[in-house]
Design a protein around this ligand. Structure first.
Ligand SMILES: *Cc1c(COP(=O)(O)O)cnc(C)c1O
Length: 438
């Protein structure tokens, strides 16, 4: 299997998977995509049980020609042996079979753990002994940085440089990002997530800098994050099928569109999933695109669901590639936007209505489910819970009126001291900081 850039329509620079995993971003600034999507039907998963085994079957065609091919099973078991429970939802607002796909059972209590661990395991597997230390650059709207830091923490041959927008992540997230130490360096940027992402992209696209600092990316633009995220959707789709249920409508809280795109890709590859509904916060880019068919990136707006504060979702380029020449909106994709007042209401009422405390991102999916049910839809719905509510204590606790205890792995990280350095929102500042790290 070969990969090329979303911008290289003539496919002049095909890459192996290993090259695409290592580079992160294509040299022309585009995102790596496979030359063609393999098909995986239900039969390809016969006897595969559990997330690692399903991931191995799902990803095998993508790893053909990779040096990692024979170790794919091992990689899936090392990286993806985390629970992904599907928890039925009961309550007066449910109005049909609804369940929550809980993706917050990794070390940093957000869905990004699954893919970050997979990418780190792959990159460690590709590393040659005499290579210089690689620098993993990561711009984060809150959760990516922690997941990537946890995945690479104390891994020989790697260091992580995190950029996060100062004041735009939750205090607990900020603490977590600075709490790793060792080979993890954390910078708080005076700007937005989009600024952080722009700085990272500028350095990755600059060949001289990328070579000088042995740079790679671990953002959701990285193919090594997109691919494994398909696995939990495959796992869920097969679970619905095994129970004789119709393919579920999947509601994915979305920002940079990595997770939602993985659901769309899993369906495109052949897994039985229904409509994919992207639940966004007040940032209007995706809902405007869905309404008008025109995509127009915008500056990001700060909201209570801060990990989705993205005005120009990077992965839209992959969606455009996937639906080249077709209208993606006709292909079972819907976008629903949720404002801060509604997020607050859904979090506040979560315990009374469903016996659940929602994180602000997951609350967007809950709102969208209720909207669809009000429109009379009765099919199975699967809501993706992207983070544990304790990560967003400053938003959630005042609304629910009590403390929300972090899960043990998160509590452990939060008990450590935290340190970050300030940075102005310019690519030059990042490059100077990398030089200073030596
Ligand atoms: C990153 C994140 C999202 C958005 O995911 P994308 O892949 O960027 O669309 C949603 N919720 C939480 C909790 C996140 O950390």
């Amino acid at each position: 299997m070969r990969y090329h850039s979303t911008r290289d329509l003539r496919r002049e620079w095909p890459m192996t998977l290993d090259g695409a995993l290592s580079a992160g971003l294509a040299p022309d600034g585009g995102l790596y995509v496979p030359e063609q999507l393999p098909h995986r039907g239900v039969r390809d998963f016969a006897e595969a049980r559990g997330l690692p085994a399903i991931a191995e079957r799902l990803l095998a065609p993508f790893f053909s020609g990779s040096l990692l091919r024979d170790r794919l099973g091992e990689i899936c078991h090392a990286a993806l042996d985390l629970p992904t429970p599907i928890v039925p939802l009961a309550g007066p607002g449910v109005g049909g079979p609804s369940a929550v796909l809980e993706l917050f059972h990794g070390p940093t209590a957000a869905f990004k753990d699954y893919a970050a661990r997979f990418l780190a395991t792959c990159l460690a597997g590709l590393r040659q002994r005499d290579e210089p230390v690689r620098t993993v650059l990561v711009a984060t709207s809150g959760d990516t940085g922690g997941a990537v830091a946890a995945a690479f923490h104390r891994r020989p041959g790697f260091r992580v440089v995190i950029l996060y927008p100062e004041g735009r992540v939750s205090p607990r997230q900020a603490h977590q990002l600075g709490a790793f130490g060792d080979n993890v360096h954390c910078f708080r940027v005076a700007g937005t997530f989009d600024d952080c992402q722009r700085m990272v992209k500028a350095l990755l696209a600059d060949r001289a800098q990328a070579a000088r600092f042995a740079l790679t990316s671990a953002n959701s633009i990285s193919l090594g994050r997109l691919l494994p995220q398909m696995a939990y959707y495959a796992h869920a789709a097969l679970a619905y099928l095994a129970e004789g249920q119709a393919p579920p409508t999947v509601i994915v809280p979305s920002g940079n569109l990595g997770n939602g795109l993985a659901a769309i890709l899993a369906r495109e590859i052949g897994l039985p999933l229904g409509e994919i509904v992207l639940a966004t916060n007040a940032n209007p880019t995706l809902s405007e695109w869905h309404a008008s068919g025109r995509y127009q990136g915008r500056p990001s707006v700060a909201t209570l669901a801060n990990a989705m504060d993205v005005g120009d979702p990077s992965n839209f380029e992959r969606l455009a590639w996937l639906y080249a020449g077709r209208d993606a909106r006709a292909g079972g994709i819907r976008v629903e936007r949720v404002d801060d007042d509604t997020i607050q209401a859904r979090v506040r009422e979560g315990e009374a209505a469903y016996g659940q405390v929602w994180c602000p991102h997951t609350a967007c999916a809950v709102e969208v489910m209720e909207r669809l049910r009000r429109q009379g839809r009765r099919e199975p719905m699967l809501l993706v819970a992207t983070a544990h509510p304790a990560k967003f204590d400053s938003v959630v606790e005042p609304l629910v009126g009590h403390a929300v205890a972090p899960p043990p792995a998160l509590a452990d990280i939060l008990s450590r001291p935290s340190h970050s350095e300030p940075m102005v929102a310019e690519a030059g500042a990042l490059s100077a900081a990398l030089a200073a790290l030596g």
